[in-house]
Design a protein around this ligand. Sequence first.
Ligand SMILES: Cc1cc2nc3c(=O)[nH]c(=O)nc-3n(C[C@H](O)[C@H](O)[C@H](O)COP(=O)(O)OP(=O)(O)OC[C@H]3O[C@@H](n4cnc5c(N)ncnc54)[C@H](O)[C@@H]3O)c2cc1C
Length: 300
Amino acid sequence: MYDIIIIGGGPAGLTAAVYARRAEKTALVLEALAAGGQIIKTPLIENYPAAPAISGVDFAEKLLRQAKDLGAEIVYEKAVDIKDGKTFTVVTPKNEYSAKAVIIATGSESRKLGLENEDELIGRGVSYCATCDGGFFRKKTVAVVGGGNTALEDALYLSEVAEKVYLIHRREGFRADETSVARLRAKGNVEFVLNSRVTKLVAEKRLQSIEITDNGGAVRDIPVNGLFVAVGRVPENRNFAKLIKLDEAGYAVAAENCHTERAGVFVAGDNRQKEVRQLVTAAADGAVAATEAVKYINSL
Ligand SMILES: Cc1cc2nc3c(=O)[nH]c(=O)nc-3n(C[C@H](O)[C@H](O)[C@H](O)COP(=O)(O)OP(=O)(O)OC[C@H]3O[C@@H](n4cnc5c(N)ncnc54)[C@H](O)[C@@H]3O)c2cc1C
């Protein structure tokens, strides 16, 4: 029996582990993929206090080391359920782990386009991370789909690597800031395909072209080697929906104190309903959730 099980080893979960251990509570972190969460996808973080320029991977490694050195246990398994009782049992495909309190810090994952063969083409032309996979498309033709800052930054990054970049956006205007749009427009190898959607992925083993349908209904094919999808993120709360309240977009409903309606269950980080989803707010949530979990355990 652990004092606290933390589901998710991103910045929120690992910070929670640091705070839990410093309060001398046993802490197990369950991580489905790679410790560090989303931030390992970025080459450079420039807005974390007192760390003006650090790579995402270095940031993740330092935080993981800090949590481990303090005695947090990290197990690479995905939590698929939480059984509610006098204590809590977190279920993974391999094991069951019990704890007095649980912190759900599962963050968010990339939103998909929802096209028929999209899943099968991941790693075979379809990607959700330009900085991770862009290098595979050196001197090739790629498309980026999306209209926010991430899509524009991805297109800018890829314009330095690929021979040609199409930026596909379903509207005329962008949600991204004007500076990024202007920088991208100045690039000679970027073509804007506006008022259009990707409606089909054409592939034989690998992606070969994308079908584009414009808002007037005209359809055309664009041959590409890669498609980078940057159409937002979805919170990873589905497995816990019967225990915690979610809003319409799937975010966990919890105030700044990270309490859910179920005593002993807390949420921290990007999967929580909040205004700003960044490292600094994820870390802050981790600190608050662990502190509240410790108070809860001490009151039992
Ligand atoms: C490309 C990119 C660049 C970014 N750059 C910056 C930046 O420069 N500055 C900044 O402040 N923010 C940046 N962010 C945002 C920042 O990364 C997030 O706000 C932050 O990582 C959120 O932390 P988190 O711990 O809440 O969630 P996440 O980082 O999403 O971590 C959640 C973790 O939980 C795991 N998980 C999910 N479900 C389960 C489950 N069922 N069982 C076990 N584990 C599970 C996931 O695998 C993941 O490791 C960037 C994000 C991206 C995608």
